[in-house]
Design a protein. Sequence first.
Length: 177
Amino acid sequence: MVTRTLERAWEEKLRELERIEREYQTHPRPKLLTLTEPERQRILDLAKDLPALWNAETTTNPERKPLLRLLIKDVTLKRKPRSIDITTRWQTEAVTRLAIERPRRVCETRKTDPQFARQIRRLAKTHTDRQIVQILHPKGLRSAMGRSFTMSIVKKIPTCAGRNLAPAGSGPMLCAE
């Protein structure tokens, strides 16, 4: 009984193989592309002019994209703590490696310089927000966004164990706890 079951399964697989082979024979085969010598020379000339074509003012980014697809086989990105390694494998199998600095997170770009935050913390122990601004402004110090220090900026800088200088909407307040 086991033999008959195996034989039946074997026969089914052979029939399936024959069907697939017949189907394969009926599909049209792509023709090999043969180039004439002038066509071949034109392609070589275009390849030599690729930098000029790429940099031409008339070449748009959507036109550059298919060019890149023809040249690049794949790109691998590897994230590291402080950088990103980019490996480009070209259609020729040549490999180009590049390491770039990781972009800073938005919260890091808006973070006030720790030196200024420490200075504001020290001043907050004995001065109001308004007084701190009056001290910082003449020095020409700037916030992380490049603005002059104002009372609202000073209030937003964490001080005194992580609390703001003054709750939103309140007047000047000393941070003396």
